[in-house]
Design a protein around this ligand. Sequence first.
Ligand SMILES: NC(=O)c1ccc[n+]([C@@H]2O[C@H](COP(=O)([O-])OP(=O)(O)OC[C@H]3O[C@@H](n4cnc5c(N)ncnc54)[C@H](OP(=O)(O)O)[C@@H]3O)[C@@H](O)[C@H]2O)c1
Length: 319
Amino acid sequence: MTLMTEKIMKALRFREYGSLDNVRMLACELRRPGPHEVRVRIEFAGANPLDLKLLSGQMATIFPLDFAYTVGTDISGVVEATGELVQRFKCGDRVFGRLDARVGGAFAEYAIAPEHGLCPIPEAVDFKSAAALPTAAGTAWLALFDIGCLRVKQKILIHAASGGVGSFAVQLAKLAGAYVIATASLENHELIKNLGADEVIDYKKDDFTQHVTDVDLVLDPIGGETQERSWSVIKPDGVLVSLIDRVIGNRGDIRGKIRGAFAPLANNSATLHGIALLVASGQLKVVVDRVYRFEQAGSALEHVASGHSVGKVLVHVAG
Ligand SMILES: NC(=O)c1ccc[n+]([C@@H]2O[C@H](COP(=O)([O-])OP(=O)(O)OC[C@H]3O[C@@H](n4cnc5c(N)ncnc54)[C@H](OP(=O)(O)O)[C@@H]3O)[C@@H](O)[C@H]2O)c1
């Protein structure tokens, strides 16, 4: 089947690695979906630090991009066209998911996605909440359960609990029956406690290594010195799950071995569907910092680049 151009749409794109100055709203062609693909009319897109790392070129060896590249991986929207072999979706279905980071495509009026990468949005979940989930909540789940093997009654330290990943991780860890210690700025302590954290440490004022001991798991979305200091608070046979350090190794002393593990970017639509059901049942809250109009999509990226967003930053594409 030939992948013919069908429409012209607007998309936030860049033609070379660099800074946010390289990003432009451009008109571009939209092709028909291939046999196993669907075309989604995007309602909301989620912004992530990954979008900025891809733009800067710092991930070019892992995710080499084809230019022009359309920003963004996280989408929610409505199926508008389906390839002839698609079985799970039909036109009009509400879907969400994570696009391949090498291809991007979320900050656009339409996206083409493989059928297997998308999930249905449960009736009780709105498009805004769904677009907040794929990278942040999907990574929190992967890090806590698939890699960290978190179990009931274990003790976990979650750094950057006010961020996109952290705000979901706190809630998922509590749902799993863990004791949750979180780090965040003082102004976000009430929020993090309301999400279920048992203790919150002001990372700007207090040294967490003086307050935390013998945790089973550390979730570290920060890296560097935070990662280095985290080893000392983990009990033997515990685990440090990093979202940053791809070559993290194990650490050991006479007390035993501590496992170090990197959580890679992953797209598991079954996991995402389970997460969406938790949102639908009211067990998982979606913390949204700010929603930008599509014309202001570049400002959404600037907001994430500040490093101080609380929960998720979203773009209302169809608004
Ligand atoms: N490997 C993977 O699969 C994967 C997946 C998702 C994310 N990540 C990475 O994980 C990191 C976090 O992602 P995210 O979406 O959660 O980011 P985010 O939403 O942009 O995180 C921002 C939050 O981090 C907090 N923060 C910054 N420095 C902190 C520190 N030293 N201690 C405690 N809190 C701190 C900020 O709080 P204040 O404003 O109070 O400073 C802010 O609320 C990013 O680098 C991202 O690329 C990796």
